[in-house]
Design a protein around this ligand. Sequence first.
Ligand SMILES: [Zn+2]
Length: 365
Amino acid sequence: MTRAHHPGRLRISFLSLAVLFISAAPAFGDSADANQRQITKLADGVYAIQHKNLNDGTVSGNTTVIIGDREVFVVDSCFLPSSAREDIAQIRQWTSKPVAYLLNTHFHNDHNNGNRAYLDAFPSLAIIAQVETKKDMDLIQPGNIERTPKQAAATIAAWKQGKDQRGRTLSEDEKKQVQELLPVLEQREAEFKSLIYLSPTLTFTDRLDIDLGNREVQVMHLGRGNTPGDAIVYLPKEKILAAGDLLVHPIPYTYDGYPAEWAQTLGKMAQLDAEIIVPGHGPVLHGRAYLNLVIDLLNSAVEEMRARIRQIGHPGFHSLEDVKDSIDLSPFRLKFAGDDKDLQAEFDDMTVHLVKITFNEAALR
Ligand SMILES: [Zn+2]
């Protein structure tokens, strides 16, 4: 998934739900922190890898590495195969034991494009996913892999003619941004051409427990949330949890999902005795305060939507336009974004998506 759109930044995205996009204003680049690859040791033999946000606005999901006495378990294979290979080289510095299991927490390709890189490195690898995630990956990923290099090539061609991919002439500011982005996009196009889709090989419905050798790993589907098949990983002894995009910090990803069920799923997650949580994107979290804040946000959206539906009747006979102004999530803006203007803009953008998916979920009856 891409980060919420910052007004004023030219972006390229190659992800499941996004289209190539170019905007009209000059600002470019993220703050330094999000642009660094970061490794956090969570316990002996347990690490979180936060991939850098690329300077074209593309984001990549976090990877968690869990090392047991016999074998290694990896949570999510990230967006770029080249980044996955960098992670694999890092894992080999940590241990000589093989990666035996790779979990795809959900179907979005910023969490599973690197599957093939892991299989190439560890031929007896099992790729685990919840059954609905495998279905969604099999439906969506082969088309993604076919489309993205073509989209990149079309954008490169348009940019070279001073236009965006919709044929609009670029402003002078945008042309400057294009100068910086072109080499990135050309490199990306080449990498995308080499992508090979690899479907999960081992599915589960509710739960799968794996002993890696003195290391118990619990893989769970606690209900729907960000996608139909979200999986989390819990280490009961170490009290560490990898949440996938059920939890993204500092601003949730709400492009997809089922907010009412999502709040319940996160409620179950909050009952686990986790002290460290690796979100799908963003820095490692300590404690459950942020998790509880996201639950409150989702519940508020759902409650306000229900109040509106009581006024207007069956949502199937109404449109998003009829409800969206009745849902006000601005009381949460300060809690999520503080006084950071960029984050506030991301928060506001996120709420637009959240209201939409809350309405969609309510209308499905
Ligand atoms: Zn993601």
